[in-house]
Design a protein around this ligand. Sequence first.
Ligand SMILES: [Zn+2]
Length: 422
Amino acid sequence: MGEQTHWFTDEREVLDKTTVVERFLRYVKVDTQSDEESESCPSTAKQLDLAEILARELKELGLEDAQVDENGYLFATFKGNVEGSPVIGLLAHMDTAPAFSGTNVKPILHENYDGGVIELEDSVVIDPKDTPELKQCIKDTIITSDGTTLLGSDDKAGIAEIMAALELFKAHPELPRPTLRIGFTPDEEIGRGADKFDIEKFGAKAAFTIDGDFIGEVNSETFSADKGTVVFEGVSVHPGTAKGKMVNAMDWAGVFLTRLPQEETPQQTEGREGFFHPTDMTGDAAKVTVNLILRDFDDRKLAERGKRLEQIIDRIRSEEPRLKVELKITEQYRNMARWLTKQPEILEKAMEAIRKAGIEPNHRPIRGGTDGSQLTQRGLPTPNLFTGGVNFHGPKEWISTRAMGKAVCVIVNLVQLWGARI
Ligand SMILES: [Zn+2]
């Protein structure tokens, strides 16, 4: 068993042989929006509704140990058929973004798409002018919401695609595969998806999140991220008798903000450029706290950003010695490339799996973090692969069934690459 590789390139084969689209249409109807205000894990109990459905369906596919833990993480094992191959993880997240409603999603299939604008309720228009990927999907079946909610291809497409890959391996025991660990996680959209992920219990050598967007995307680089907190303490005096005595903390917080490099902001940067971004400020004349996030792909440059803040603050201290200013930098997450470049076969196999599906990989750095950045840093190398979805987190979100089929091709090829004796 497990000796006969078959490289999947034709999405029609996947769409015929699996229930990927049916599954997707079913999963998006389960409301799983996460909530950043909540302290619990999962942040919303409704995510467990989907977790329980998926646990049952995994059992039906023969993954008998499928179980949802006390934090809403669903893990399951699909036994391999090639001895000595490493355990590989496939991950997707169950929640949808708090940014837009995920209640009562009514998916619409636009068959034989003609290349024009797609009009939905609430005057929502998906226009190929703003979404050039649509041009690559003429004659495909496009799936959207009805315009009143997001669609939820982020990341229910990832879940449906992993399930479809399992269907194919179950139907084709001759395809070589390592033991697979499946992980469906809560709360990715509020940045907590990796927090309670038990890497040891998961027990994989490497994992792949299926959570990227359009066909071909693969990500093995993310930002490295620090947070800066600056506290300004002035001298508080009754304003009637303040001449020559008062030091207003707000004035100096304002000076600080104007001295940040104005060309290194999120709104002025792209690609591999980093930035300083003041996120919020609270306080009064006596005391002001400014929070900033610092981002860079290069850890050395990120550290320099911290030093540059210190220099700006030193100058302010010398200009107003009565003002007290403290800077604290805390680490948030690190670019996954630092670890992934040390184990190049992980990315190489991902690229190879995409090529074997007849697609040119689009290897793109992510200007943000993923669950994979945290998992990689904690010891589970986890690059990200595409789902096929576009315009995540809003009513213009869409996915084509062809893209879903291609994503399944890539997953099945990837698994075979880890199982194949070469
Ligand atoms: Zn996602």
